[in-house]
Design a binder for this molecule. Structure first.
Ligand code: DQA
Length: 145
């Protein structure tokens, strides 16, 4: 089973970007940890990080994944287009945020994705991606049974 991991704008800066919110792990490290987790779960993982909305949309359109794990970053709060891409292809997804968006500015408390997501994980840092992969594996397993 294939999982597409998508990371939105500014997440390429992880490691040095506002560590009080996002921790100190780099995106490369988060992705290699996710790769190891996916391997252990028997999932094949591909990763795309993009700062541009259209690149994320096209990655969704071109994906043949069974499941998507997405941190839409700032597009969480702005992008009807990215939401429509996910509902358009109909691939089930989990929304992940490193920070607890509900404990931050009011504009971060609305998501264009959450009502369409299988689940939402936030505030648990980089571990959130690991939890999302475990949940994806279970979701796919029960979908196949
Ligand atoms: C984020 C939260 C968003 O509000 C923010 O714009 C990000 C990262 C997170 O992972 O906590 O870029 O998605």
């Amino acid at each position: 089973q294939q999982v597409l991991l998508l990371n939105g704008p500014n997440l390429n800066l992880l490691g040095t970007r506002e560590p009080q919110h996002y921790g100190t792990l780099t995106l490369d490290r988060i992705v290699s940890d996710a790769q190891a987790k996916a391997d252990s779960l028997g999932l094949s993982l591909t990763h795309v990080q993009a700062n541009a909305e259209h690149q994320l949309i096209e990655a969704i359109h071109n994906s043949d994944a069974d499941f998507i794990v997405i941190n839409p970053a700032a597009y969480t709060h702005t992008s009807v287009a990215l939401r429509d891409a996910l509902t358009g292809v109909g691939i089930p997804f989990i929304e992940v945020h490193l920070s607890n968006v509900h404990a931050r500015e009011p504009f971060r408390q609305h998501s264009y994705f959450s009502d369409k997501a299988v689940g939402v994980i936030c505030g648990l840092g980089a571990q959130g991606y690991q939890f999302a992969l475990v949940a994806a594996a279970q979701y796919l397993q029960s979908a196949n049974n």
